[in-house]
Design a protein around this ligand. Structure first.
Ligand SMILES: Cc1cc2nc3c(=O)[nH]c(=O)nc-3n(C[C@H](O)[C@H](O)[C@H](O)COP(=O)(O)OP(=O)(O)OC[C@H]3O[C@@H](n4cnc5c(N)ncnc54)[C@H](O)[C@@H]3O)c2cc1C
Length: 326
């Protein structure tokens, strides 16, 4: 019996939220009295496996194969199943990234096991895991318990702090994937990167977002949002109304049907504060709202509110920050 965490990696680098999951899993494993096992999969996973040793795993399973060079569900699902069998995992955790959600769901289905997707907390009660999920746009927290012997959960990024790296004590144990290229139906023909060098929304410590409030001149409005973001070393975000209107691509959307974020500082400009937007950013540490309507609901959630026209407030903030951050 063990607790197993999939350490996701992309372009040879571990995805940071996997370490948050591993850190929490340490506590779950200790409460269950079970060993904590990390599994790293890929064509080259040396760096990731080494880090998994430092972030608290008792054992690190490594599954190395050219078949795993690019993420493909059937190949990665085969690897995860292999790891689950090897260490008789009773709890299987991934980060709730696009891949983590898909992989945990697919393998949980195959094993007819219960899954708590996008969980925000975990605890142990009577030798079973209880996963906490945010529902109804984040207004209610619900406990999910499991009937199945194996319990799966994917964990929303930034739900837990990064663990401290310590001494690498875990053993590395190589495992054979047991699948060759001919057995994988999905073929990757080309990989096109959308990486623009911008700061990613999910891991950003500061986010400056724009909403439909920029409608009078969306190009100018988002240029102002972007300039403030660049001045603060922040990521740019947007409301769904701004995305639906075509002011900015979907990948910037924050909210129930966009990204869930939890930065230290979230600046919402021209965003009314609809419940579906709050679902994605409501747990930010400090929220600053800029809105010309003093009755806008966002002010109920904001720590600081500026009642004003964003076309005046944003450049004024940028100019002031530029002076102070020189
Ligand atoms: C199933 C479902 C899922 C959804 N998912 C999401 C989601 O993931 N993310 C999301 O954001 N929304 C989502 N929505 C949409 C959500 O309900 C709102 O429609 C949306 O968030 C509104 O975006 P907004 O605040 O930019 O626009 P509005 O609600 O139109 O607000 C614009 C605000 O800008 C202010 N304003 C106007 N001009 C200025 C100015 N010059 N200066 C300053 N302020 C100004 C206005 O006072 C107003 O408060 C979802 C809805 C549904 C039904």
């Amino acid at each position: 019996m063990s607790v197993l965490v999939w350490i996701e990696q992309m372009n040879g680098q571990a995805v940071a939220s996997s370490w948050e999951v591993l850190g929490k899993a340490r506590q779950v494993a200790d409460d269950l009295g079970a060993p904590l096992v990390a599994v790293a999969m890929g064509a080259d996973i040396n760096a990731t496996a080494e880090l998994a040793r430092q972030y608290g795993a008792d054992l690190v399973l490594t599954i190395t194969s050219p078949v795993l060079e690019n993420y493909r569900l059937s190949a990665y699902a085969a690897g995860l199943r292999r790891a689950i069998e090897e260490v008789e995992a009773v709890v299987v955790l991934t980060s709730a990234t696009t891949r983590g959600r898909e992989l945990s769901a697919a393998v949980a289905c195959e094993l007819e096991a219960g899954l708590a997707p996008d969980a925000v907390d975990l605890r142990v009660e009577a030798d079973k895991v209880v996963a906490v999920r945010a529902i109804y746009s984040g207004n209610i927290l619900t406990d999910v318990t499991f009937d199945s012997p194996v319990q799966f959960a994917s964990i929303r990024p930034r739900s837990f702090p990064m663990p401290e790296a310590g001494e690498a004590v875990a053993e590395l144990q190589p495992l054979d994937l047991g699948v060759n290229e001919d057995q994988v139906a999905e073929k990757v023909l080309e990989v096109k990167s959308t990486d623009t060098g911008e700061i990613g929304l999910t891991d950003a410590k500061i986010i400056v977002s724009g909403g439909r409030g920029v409608a009078a001149d969306p190009v100018k409005g988002f240029a102002m949002v972007t300039e403030l973001a660049q001045t603060l070393g922040a990521a740019v975000g947007a409301s769904r109304a701004a995305v639906d209107a075509g002011y900015i691509p979907y990948r910037y959307q924050v909210g129930q049907t966009g990204r869930t974020v939890k930065p230290d500082l979230y600046i919402a400009s021209g965003i009314s504060g609809a419940i579906q937007h709050l679902a994605g950013m409501g747990s930010s540490k400090v929220i600053v709202a800029i809105n010309k309507d003093r009755e806008a609901p966002i002010f109920e959630r904001a720590n600081y509110g500026i009642v004003g026209d964003l076309y005046e407030v944003l450049p004024a903030l940028t100019a002031e920050f530029k002076k102070r951050l020189k």
